[in-house]
Design a protein around this ligand. Structure first.
Ligand code: NAP
Length: 307
């Protein structure tokens, strides 16, 4: 079994920043990437609001820069996935991956969040066959096609706007009569002539035989149902934290987000958390980076205080 001073789980902006801080403190942290190197930002077409990049930059480019910076100071990134952790007996913590078992004196959890699903018939079966949770990944396949976007938040608007580069028509289906998205994205979406809005409407079924053909919808005000022909269904209805690994071991709020103490520490001393896994509110690259920096600093301080 390998023994590490610090293990960081997750390679999004929070994990990469925590690793960089721990590396600068000469802890040679081991960063375990998870199944998506770079996390959600790696599938973001453009990041416009990360300070220092006035022209914006592509998500994967930002990941690459952050990774290089962490590695420059001695962080070691491995592409692997954590399958089990044992935290309750205190430090050193057991961290098991698909290929290896480790002990870690200090731990930073930055496992992020994943997209919510609608939980309706047809959704699961048609993932990758017209149902998608990522316009950047799949938008290209919908050139000159009709797609629907589900949701009324910033993600739905941003991804919907991205889809207008490819699709003929992007219909946003939202369960209320008003968008949740902020003013800038709302205005851009409303002004885009390829985008239209279906208000007060929910999806009841995604219909398709091998690929998406239509959605069955219900207007929640008139209680009328309709079948809309479409080639793709892009779903952006929020996220849930990736905390399954820690159930029964770390304190969580009712939505499953890890609870931290204001100094990035979870309910188990020596285990810190950063980014969306413990943040249901801000969910920005800039805030995740700040939280990652805090966790990287606090794990180092905790290790020093313990000695
Ligand atoms: P969000 O703000 O929580 O919006 C989720 C949307 O999905 C809401 O419109 C919600 O409807 C709808 N929804 C939720 N559950 C649903 C269901 N079961 N069926 C149908 N519709 C459902 O999530 P988000 O858009 O992913 O954004 C999350 C955070 O990231 C926000 O703080 C956002 O500002 C931020 N963000 C920022 C940017 C940016 O600044 N460029 C880009 C993306 C995300 P209701 O409105 O009725 O609740």
């Amino acid at each position: 079994m390998e023994r590490e001073k610090v293990i960081v789980i997750g390679s999004g902006p929070a994990g990469l920043t925590a690793a960089m801080y721990a590396a600068r403190a000469r802890l040679e942290p081991l960063l375990i990437s998870g199944n998506q190197l770079g996390g959600q930002i790696s599938i973001t077409y453009e990041v416009e609001n990360y300070p220092g990049f006035p022209q914006g930059l592509a998500g994967p480019e930002l990941v690459e820069l952050m990774q290089k910076q962490a590695e420059r100071f001695g962080a070691r990134l491995i592409v692997d996935e954590v399958t089990q952790v044992s935290l309750k007996d205190g430090s050193p913590f057991m961290v098991k991956t698909f290929s290896q078992e480790y002990q870690a004196e200090g731990l930073v959890i930055a496992t992020g969040a994943s997209p919510n699903r609608l939980g309706i018939p047809g959704e699961e079966a048609l993932i990758g066959r017209g149902v998608s949770f990522c316009a950047t990944c799949d938008g290209f396949f919908f050139r000159d096609k009709d797609v629907v976007v589900v949701g009324g938040g910033d993600s739905a608007m941003e991804e919907g706007l991205f889809l207008t580069r490819f699709a003929n028509r992007v219909r946003v289906i939202h369960r209320r009569g008003e968008l949740r998205a902020g003013e800038t994205l709302k205005r851009r979406a409303m002004e885009n002539e390829k985008m239209s809005f279906v208000w007060d409407t929910v999806l009841e079924e995604i219909v398709g035989n091998g690929k998406v053909q239509a959605v069955r919808t219900r207007n929640v005000k008139s209680d009328t149902t309709e079948e809309l022909q479409t080639d793709g269904v892009f779903i952006f209805i929020g996220h849930f934290p990736n905390t399954d690994l820690f159930k029964g071991q770390l304190a969580m709020d009712p939505m499953g987000y890890l609870v931290t103490d204001g100094r990035a520490m979870t309910s188990v001393p020596g285990v810190f958390a950063a980014g969306e896994v413990q943040d249901p509110v801000y969910r920005q690259v800039a805030t995740s980076v700040g939280q990652g920096a805090a966790a990287g600093m606090m794990v180092e301080r905790w290790l020093v205080d313990r000695e």
